[in-house]
Design a protein around this ligand. Structure first.
Ligand code: NAD
Length: 362
């Protein structure tokens, strides 16, 4: 039996309650699909600031580096908002991404038939949507230099940011996306702005070249403004999207909104090495923390992504997605996705139902 080491970082707010349910699902998936998971739990974000004065201790970072992957809840909350940016809870996440070399952010946006009515778009537009946005995470406009704001001799100020990508940076994210598309419906849309940006022209050239090694994947290119439009016009045309950091930040949020609920959306950040970090896309939701009303599904689906992308356990990942679907089809809803005619349940009860479905006792 294969065995894996996972660092579990529940974090703040609703983090501990949603991660608890996700860990139960992970444990059952291991038993059912034949893998042993050794879990180490540690504080991160505000919880770590309270204990150790910093959002991420060197010891926890070392454990992350020694682990096969990290499962995280969420960090942050009003208690730590007055702190200097350098020691805010969110710094933990940025440092983890950097030290683990995570350059690809995977954000699926899938519309569950039972929830299609919660989208702000019409059911007939969103039903069946299943998109994977692969966002480059460590380059582009957010990190390029020169950057900053300078005061010119005449007193005017000048703000500068630089959109910069090198061939290897583009090639590695292209290969991640092509590999993911290969595991899905084999369609990849590379999104850029090559009609006006030279860096995007290079992006398009390198992605096209990399795609030659994936002849089974159909690659197409789309300008970012058109993509933003197409996502709300006809989102079902997309399978996998790959794009640079800033475009990805915006498009992945737009794609997420097609599904109608932030509590349902998982994510993964991966790199060249075996390291990876799995977390829901939402934050620590301090407004509902500790009340057993948070939706644990985003974190549970993050465990599904972990099994698929870190451990190649596609059967177990499919099993988790099926278990979530069945719980929804039976009418169970946490408060965020509740509609009349369904049954409102708490975080723990939703976890119970998914665990039950996964272990065949649903
Ligand atoms: P949020 O995602 O925490 O909450 C936004 C809204 O969605 C809230 O009304 C919340 O109750 C609801 N919500 C979020 N997750 C939910 C779930 N699983 N089930 C039901 N409802 C859910 O965003 P915010 O309020 O802007 O931020 C709160 C804190 O989280 C801040 O400190 C912020 O910095 C932090 N944050 C952390 C991360 C992260 O850890 N990756 C990401 C975003 C925000």
């Amino acid at each position: 039996m294969k065995s894996y080491r996972i660092l579990v970082l529940p974090g703040d707010g609703i983090g501990p309650e949603i991660v608890r349910e996700a860990v139960r699902v992970l444990t059952v998936a291991g038993q059912r699909y034949g893998a042993a998971f050794t879990l180490t739990e540690a504080p991160v974000g505000g919880a770590s600031i309270d204990r150790a004065g910093v959002p991420l201790t060197e010891e926890v970072l070392k454990t992350a580096l020694d682990s096969d992957c990290v499962l995280m809840g969420a960090v942050g909350g009003p208690k730590w908002e007055g702190l200097d940016y350098s020691v805010r809870p969110e710094r933990a996440l940025l440092r983890l991404r950097k030290e683990l070399g995570l350059f690809a952010n995977l954000r699926p946006a899938k519309v569950y038939s039972a929830l299609a009515n919660t989208s702000t778009l019409k059911r007939e537009v969103v039903e069946g949507v299943d998109i994977m946005v692969v966002r480059e995470l460590t380059g582009g406009l957010y990190f390029g230099t020169p950057r900053g704001v300078e005061t010119l001799p005449d007193g005017r100020e000048r703000g500068v940011n630089t959109l910069v990508y090198t061939t290897p940076e583009i090639e590695r994210i292209a290969r991640v996306a092509l590999g993911i598309a290969r595991k899905r419906r084999k369609k990849l849309t590379s999104v850029d702005k090559a009609n006006v940006l030279e860096a995007a022209e290079l992006w398009r050239k390198v992605v096209t070249k990399a795609s030659k090694d994936y002849p089974d994947v159909t690659l197409s290119h789309m300008y970012v403004d058109n993509c933003a439009m197409q996502l709300v016009r006809d989102p079902r045309q997309f399978d996998c999207i790959v794009t640079e950091n800033t475009f990805g930040d915006i498009l992945s949020d737009e794609a997420a909104m097609l599904t109608g609920s932030i509590g349902m959306l998982p994510s993964a950040s991966i790199g060249d090495s075996h390291h990876a970090l799995y977390e829901p896309i939402h934050g620590s939701a301090p407004d509902i923390a500790g009340k057993n009303i948070a939706n644990p599904v985003a974190t549970i689906l993050s465990v599904g992504m972990m099994l698929r992308y870190s451990f190649d356990m596609d059967g177990a990942a499919d099993g988790i997605e099926r278990a979530v679907c069945r719980a929804l089809d039976k009418g169970l809803r946490t408060a965020d996705i509740y509609q009349g005619g369904t049954k409102k349940v708490g975080c723990k009860e939703m976890g119970d139902a998914i665990v039950g479905e996964l272990s065949g006792k649903g």
